[in-house]
Design a binder for this molecule. Structure first.
Ligand code: HPA
Length: 270
């Protein structure tokens, strides 16, 4: 196991013995998700030596441990992004750490720009596949064979069974759930209209600045992965207005109740 993960786990085990089944990364719109959890313990990222701390407004950082129904979960309230200047290794450290805590499932959520024609601002989309070609691969460097294989298969990154549960939950709750292929770019600038036309041509439905590197890391370690994007805005050139971080946050807030319900009711069935 990664030496930094070993050291951080030693510290975490002085604070809690909690073993999560599900690790949930909270994106825009799910910031208050912890209100629905029976909280057992919280650990601020700032307590964790060398742990990356977000510099983005609205992304305050801590791990929250607790139960959703009978399911033990750890939530990441706040995550770091590559564009903040962290290395990809640092960006995926939280995923490695949650795996070391015992999490078997990584549930990724994010706000994304919508490229597909069926989306509108506020759409929820199940991530069915991804495009990682524009960000460094998180597995570059020496491979630890105890963790995973050198050349991991990425044919089924987003677990089919988990997708089935999420689709069925959305249907039972009468929540419209679209689907799509998510493409991670570095940011922090939003895309140009020409870049969005290019991304559509190569098969991207959703564009954002997170998620894919975490998903690759988790699959490599043998975790089951699922993800949902909140379409916070239509992508550049499709949207009639200029893109802004404020719009992303406002859409997140507006969709929060539905998004929260879908994630919560899905996880209790995992
Ligand atoms: N592009 C990239 N990332 C994003 C967007 C977008 O339009 N919206 C939210 N995150």
């Amino acid at each position: 196991m990664n030496q930094q993960v070993v050291q951080l786990m030693e510290y975490i085990r002085t604070k809690t013995d909690f073993v999560p089944k599900v690790a949930l990364v909270l994106g825009s719109g799910l910031g208050n998700f912890a209100d629905h959890i029976q909280v057992e313990c919280e650990i601020s990222y700032s307590e964790l030596d060398g742990f990356p701390v977000s510099t983005v407004p609205g992304h305050a950082g801590k791990f929250i441990f607790g139960y959703l129904g009978d399911v033990p979960i750890v939530c990441m309230k706040g995550r770091v992004h590559y564009y903040e200047g962290y290395t990809i290794d640092q960006v995926v450290l939280p995923a490695r750490l949650m795996h070391a805590m015992g999490a078997e499932i990584l549930f990724l959520t994010n706000a994304a720009g919508g490229i597909k024609h069926t989306y509108h601002a506020g759409s929820l989309a199940l991530i069915t596949d991804h495009i990682s070609c524009f960000v460094p691969n998180p597995l570059i460097g020496p491979n630890d064979p105890d963790e995973g294989v050198r050349f991991p298969d990425m044919s089924h990154v987003y677990d089919k069974e988990l997708q089935k549960i999420i689709r069925k939950t959305a249907s039972d709750l009468s929540i419209d759930l679209d689907e799509g292929v998510y493409c991670q770019l570095t940011g922090p600038s939003f895309e140009s209209p020409a870049e969005i036309r290019f991304l559509r041509t190569i098969g991207a439905d959703l564009v954002g600045m997170s998620t894919v590197v975490e998903a690759i890391t988790a699959v490599h370690m043998g975790m089951r992965v699922c993800g949902i994007s909140l379409v916070s805005n239509l992508a550049a050139g499709i949207s009639p207005v200029a893109l802004s971080h404020e719009e992303v946050q406002e859409s997140g807030d507006a969709a929060a109740p539905m998004f929260t319900k879908l994630v919560k009711e899905s996880i209790v069935q995992f």
